[in-house]
Ligand binder design. Structure first.
Ligand code: TRP
Length: 355
């Protein structure tokens, strides 16, 4: 088995992407893409996985997510961007993996558990939703991914995928590649809170700053952000600074302070108001988001070209997934028509039974 380094990751198209996605994963993907340490990179829009949500919403957001990718600098000449539902091989793999996982193991998956609660599914959990860790293992293994950059909420999914790989390889022989998770490297980026200080950015809470957000909106959201005067720990404004602030921002926008440590120290001593810190954060966010927003507007002038790029990505992805599926069927010995030995074996068996 070749030991190529391959990256795969994806997002559910349930809305436009926001700055939580950006610091948590999009920025990293662009760095990984440009560093060239990986021979292949697959990035996909997980529309099938999102269909337990409103299907029309998913359909509308496929293109929004594609635009967000391109706006952030994901380059379709370096990374294969595709749509999950267009790769039927993933369904076939999922079906075979279903025999490798018990119902109780799925019930114990913490991500599945908490999502069931969040969506009030307790009374009637869709089977497809319940089994989505299996389909996610198919997404990952189909592309022989070695490295999966995702947020920490996805850790149980990766663990379950690794178990499926080990079980498959144990039963059928070394076939699948065991993936590793790649978490964001900055603690503040692990999970960026909403502007209201709540643990998660979510459209329904109205506490997100989107990558496509206009400058006035960004400013409004930052100036009304949740703070905790005198405290740094759990203070959203400082969490955002931890995630976005770089040394040169001080030179440019707040030359009275040499670095973030000094700014924090002053805030804790008292005598430094929220407004000043928020204005600083606003300057940084405007600088960070302006080029992204502009690129997004440029790309959105030619929507048919985006669909064409996605279609080409799907073709490349399908070819890769088909190779893995062929390996899987061979390992499982359900590749009857390519199996010369099988035919010979059966010829002999029937010949001897007729003697
Ligand atoms: N579950 C992921 C999310 O909610 C999306 C996803 C689906 C994914 N399949 C994947 C991520 C495979 C990484 C690898 O964000």
């Amino acid at each position: 088995m070749k030991k190529e380094k391959i990256i795969l990751t994806g997002d559910r198209p349930t809305g436009r992407l926001h700055i939580g996605h950006y610091v948590g994963s999009l920025k990293r993907r662009v760095d990984l893409q440009d560093a060239g340490d990986y021979s292949k990179m697959f990035i996909f829009i997980a529309d099938s996985q999102a269909l337990t949500d409103n299907p029309e919403k998913v359909r509308q957001n496929v293109i929004e997510v594609a635009l967000d990718y391109l706006a952030c600098g994901i380059d379709p000449t370096k990374a294969t961007i595709f749509i999950q539902s267009q790769i039927p091989e993933l369904c076939e793999l999922s079906f075979y993996y279903m025999d490798l996982v018990s119902v109780s193991r799925l019930q114990r998956n913490p991500t599945v558990k908490s999502e069931i609660q969040m969506r009030n599914f307790e009374a009637s959990i869709p089977v497809g939703f319940f089994t989505y860790p299996i389909s996610q293992a198919a997404d990952i293994t189909a592309f022989r991914a070695t490295t999966v950059p995702v947020g920490e909420d996805q850790e149980p999914m990766l663990e379950q995928a690794r178990e499926i790989v080990r079980r498959f390889n144990y039963i059928y022989g070394e076939t699948l590649v065991e993936p590793e998770i790649l978490l964001p490297d900055n603690a503040a980026c692990l999970r960026l809170p909403g502007t209201d200080g709540k643990a998660k950015m979510s459209k329904s809470l109205g506490n997100c700053i989107y990558l496509s957000e206009e400058p006035e909106e960004i400013q409004k959201k930052i100036m009304s952000m949740y703070t905790d005067p005198g405290k740094i720990e759990g203070n959203t404004v400082f969490t955002y600074l931890d995630a976005f602030c770089r040394p040169e921002h001080f030179e440019r926008y707040l030359p009275d302070y040499p670095n973030l440590e000094e700014l924090k120290a002053h805030y804790q001593r008292g005598g430094l108001g929220d407004v000043k810190v928020k204005r600083f954060l606003n300057a940084i966010m405007q600088e960070t988001l302006e080029p992204i927003r502009n690129r997004r507007k440029e790309f959105s002038k030619d929507i048919p070209a985006i669909y064409k790029m996605l279609q080409e990505g799907c073709e490349v992805a399908r070819a890769a997934a088909a190779e893995t599926l062929a390996d899987v069927k061979k390992a499982m010995k359900i590749n009857y028509f390519d199996d010369k030995e099988l035919i010979e074996e059966q010829v002999k068996r029937f010949a001897s039974s007729q003697e």
